[in-house]
Design a protein around this ligand. Structure first.
Ligand code: BTN
Length: 339
């Protein structure tokens, strides 16, 4: 008889016991823990502990020692381990179900499948590396191993799809506020949700959903942030950047992700309780693109220049066109600064 695959058994997810091993080592960072004790606590053999330690070393986790003397970690590893995260996300819907992959095609693709399979609101999908990361407008998202944050959250908001663009703004604001704490100069948001530092992009958001005309079944908000890339690939160097390039130092992806998901929870609850108004007000405060920005808009149908004139109540961008035609309501498309 075929066994029924449960939601918890998504192929390729990181073994819960590796997660437990990482958490144990991280929580005892300064002490030497014997291989036997680790094996007992996580319920595997000492040989298995040794094999996993080797795997973690290959991923750059600096573990000292060996099976006889015991192990200890030299520095808390910057791996987005679900156990570590869920303790720190306690009280938010993101603490309960976190799927982690060392390597996956796209966290958004996994999260959309989980949405279809009935996974609950707040499910989080994380990857250390994406082999087919997806960006807006069919572009790809370069997702170098353990350098960035590649995170998708599954939401089940009781709203019609017409209100969903505000969810994208919620994510953009959360990512912007979380990143701002690691930066010397405040980041900007290019509508709807490109995160910019010094005019270059270091983060983006891809929202996908499954909906009927009057009801969103589920939405997946995929967030990509360039954190510790020492340099950008040549093809992206003139338009892309990372927090490390901007600040000259490395940042904890774990801490950044915790801040991001906590801020997300705060803005999301505000949106549900008070509607779009406070979200739009916050966007107006932190985005230079909100009003009075000279822009070039490129949609599937045309390309034109104009000046931004705020957002409407559903988060759509208003642009006063240079050619004198009616003010445009931009639902989607590329926005670039026009000089
Ligand atoms: C953009 O084009 O600006 C959106 C980029 C979104 C990238 C993130 S990384 C995590 C999630 N998984 C994906 O495949 N894409 C999003």
């Amino acid at each position: 008889m075929a066994t029924k695959r449960t939601l918890a058994e998504v192929p390729g997810t990181t073994d819960r016991r590796i997660d437990a091993l990482l958490t144990l080592l991280a929580e005892n960072a300064t002490i030497v823990v014997s291989g036997a004790k680790i094996a007992k606590e996580i319920g595997v053999t000492r040989q298995q502990v040794w094999r996993w330690i080797e795997k973690l070393r290959a991923l750059g986790v600096r573990v000292k020692g060996h099976a006889h003397t015991g192990y200890h970690i030299e520095r808390v590893p910057d791996i987005l381990a679900p156990q570590l995260l869920s303790h720190r996300l306690y009280g938010t819907p993101f603490a309960r179900r976190i799927y982690h992959f060392f390597k996956i095609d796209s966290t958004n693709t996994v999260a959309m499948h989980l949405g279809e399979a009935g996974a609950p609101h707040g499910t989080v999908v994380l990857a250390e590396e994406q082999t087919a990361g997806r960006g807006r407008a069919g572009r790809s998202w370069t997702s170098e191993k353990s350098a960035g944050i590649y995170c998708s959250v599954l939401l089940r908001p009781a709203i019609p799809p017409a209100r969903a663009p505000v969810l994208t703004l919620v994510a953009g604001l959360a990512a912007r506020d979380a990143a701002a704490e690691d930066m010397d100069a405040l980041p900007d948001i290019r509508w709807p949700n490109d995160l910019l530092a010094g005019g270059k992009k270091f983060g983006g958001i891809l929202t996908e959903m499954h909906a009927e005309p009057d009801r969103v079944h589920y939405a997946v908000i995929g967030m990509g942030i360039n954190v510790n890339q020492p340099r950008m690939p040549e093809a992206l160097a003139s338009i892309g950047t990372s927090l490390r390039i901007e600040t000259g130092k490395s940042h904890s992806r774990l801490e950044l992700l915790i801040r991001l998901l906590r801020q997300f929870d705060r803005y999301y609850n505000q949106f549900l309780a008070e509607g779009a108004a406070p979200i739009l007000r916050r966007f107006a405060q932190v985005s230079s693109y909100f009003k009075g920005k000279r822009v070039r808009i490129t949609t599937a149908a045309e390309s034109f220049t104009g000046t931004t004139a705020g957002l409407d109540s559903s988060g759509v961008l208003r642009v006063v066109r240079d050619d004198g035609r009616d003010t445009e309501l931009v639902l989607s498309g590329d926005v670039a600064e026009a000089l």
